[in-house]
Ligand binder design. Structure first.
Ligand code: PMP
Length: 395
């Protein structure tokens, strides 16, 4: 029988939880109404969307009227950056972000630069941490938005969000965070953190693809966000388009499961991740990247000296993992995240990302480490490379 490879690429996407599929199915078949229709089918769909919105909001400790459904975090990030710039252009033309943001932030910033917006890309240290003094110094009277990701999608480093929010708010500047890798994996309490705008996506938390959300804090005065998709104004006039009802129901169910099971799942995933790292660190010349103290519990990023990850991927058929973010791994360009943390080309080519989830098992982790250990030894032997002792990898 054909055995599916062990899936350790949960940062790129996650498997749909069967309970989520069960919740979605009736909305493809029986309850197929357009949630904007003024009749029985419409009311039924609309009521179900309201319940799902509450569940999605509840994952963040937000209010349901603060959730705007989008097609995913890429759209949420586009909506925030372009929408804030359009709404607040008369107040200023400067945005602050970091060099290790996802392409759906960086590419939008590059586009905005072509339109006359000035963007500061904060540098990061070897572990992917921004410098809070550099952030403070970058803020000018023209700054209208700071956008710093919550947890990095390659090396897993979690930013000190509360401190960043305080810095922004002391200068009365809006703060946005891309929390796509965090929502569902770690506790996010939007009220406690004071975040103004937050992007996330269902398919990273065992929900369906093609649905995400933007959290917009309800404040007085209101945060102004110019719409980027017009026509009908379905989502509070900020985002138009017939609601993807089955996907929203699935997002709601996935969020509800994550919230209810957060404690036990995050402890389990952390145990798997730590076991994996313990085993892999026993292999000579293997180093863990990212902030050791503040890192996503489901993330491991390794540099495996004297092994080209492309060779490892070719050799290891029983486990899937990735060289870097799925949004850019289709081309041959090197990871901008690893470049930004100052890794040299040789180590970038020897680095890989592993992502764990509640659906992985301890047996899978043990199998995966055995498979990797053998493959690494074989690749090194075939290149006559002997690493006798653990070597430090400085860059
Ligand atoms: N931000 C981050 C940090 C991500 O990891 C991703 C997905 N790779 C996105 C944004 C884009 O999310 P989506 O696939 O929902 O558009």
């Amino acid at each position: 029988m054909y055995n599916e490879p062990i899936y350790l690429d949960n940062h790129s996407t996650t498997k749909l939880d069967p309970r989520v599929l069960d919740a979605m199915m009736p909305f493809f078949t029986t309850h197929y109404g357009n949630s904007s229709s003024q009749h029985y089918f419409g009311y039924f769909a609309s009521e179900a969307v309201s319940i799902a919105r509450k569940k999605v909001a509840s994952l963040l400790n937000a209010n349901d009227n603060e959730i705007i459904f989008t097609s995913g975090a890429t759209e949420s990030n586009n909506l925030v950056l372009k929408g804030i710039v359009e709404s607040y252009r008369s107040h200023g033309n400067h945005i602050v972000t970091s060099k290790i943001e996802h392409s759906s932030v960086i590419d939008v910033c590059k586009k905005l630069e072509q339109k006359g917006i000035s963007v500061t890309y904060l540098s990061v240290d070897r572990d992917g941490n921004i410098d809070l003094d550099e952030l403070k110094n970058s803020i000018t009277e023209k700054t209208i938005l700071v956008s710093i990701m919550f947890g990095n999608n390659e090396i897993g480093t979690i930013a000190p969000i509360k401190e960043i929010v305080n810095i922004c708010h002391s200068s009365e500047i809006l703060f946005h965070t891309d929390a796509t890798q965090c929502a569902g994996n770690i506790k996010l309490d939007i009220k406690e953190l004071g975040i103004d705008l937050l992007s996330f996506s269902a398919h990273k938390l065992h929900g369906p693809k093609g649905i995400g959300a933007l959290y917009v804090k309800s404040t007085t005065p209101k945060i102004l966000l110019s719409s980027q998709i017009d026509g009908g104004g379905h989502e509070k006039n900020i985002r138009s388009g017939t609601l993807n009802v089955p996907a929203i129901i699935g997002f709601g169910k996935a969020a509800e499961i994550c919230k209810n099971e957060m404690q036990v799942n995050s402890e389990f995933v952390l145990r798997l991740r730590n076991k994996f790292e313990e085993n892999m660190e026993n292999v000579s010349g293997v180093t863990i990247n990212g902030n050791k103290l503040s890192r996503l519990p489901n993330n491991t990023h390794l540099t495996i000296q004297n092994v080209k990850i492309k060779d490892l991927i070719r050799k290891v058929k029983g486990v899937v993992f990735s060289t870097h973010a799925a949004c850019s791994s289709s081309d041959n360009s090197q990871s901008h995240v690893l470049n930004s943390i100052g890794m040299n080309k040789e180590n970038i080519d020897s680095s890989a990302r592993f992502g764990f989830c509640r659906m992985n098992t301890e047996e899978e982790v043990i199998s995966a480490t055995n498979i990797f250990t053998n493959a690494i030894n074989e690749l090194r032997n075939s290149n006559n490379i002997i690493i006798t002792q653990k070597q430090n990898i400085n860059n």
